[in-house]
Write a protein that binds this ligand. Structure first.
Ligand code: ZN
Length: 92
């Protein structure tokens, strides 16, 4: 039986595929990481797909649940969100 004969999911009703179109558990989440850019911060979810290999998926900070945000990241997140608001010229 070759790889093309393998079942590719979804594995349960309503399951949402990852960016590459494959499903958990074929796609395992490896970890989340953040990367400081010059004026903003990018967040990545690193996924490891048994068909596509490892890839990074860009995620917005608000997609994190509170428990997933490390305390040490909060000051940086606040700073970057504030910078975005100020850029849009939002009055407080
Ligand atoms: Zn994949």
């Amino acid at each position: 039986m070759g790889e093309s004969d393998e079942y590719l999911g979804p594995y349960f009703k309503g399951q949402v595929p990852e960016q590459c179109g494959h499903y958990y558990p074929d796609v395992m989440r490896v970890r989340d990481k953040s990367e400081d850019q010059l004026s903003y911060q990018r967040f990545f979810r690193v996924l490891d797909c048994r068909f596509c290999g490892q890839y990074g998926k860009s995620i917005r900070p608000e997609a994190f649940s509170r428990a997933e945000i490390a305390e040490k990241d909060l000051p940086r997140i606040r700073k970057s969100e504030l910078a975005k608001l100020l850029k849009r010229n939002v009055a407080f």
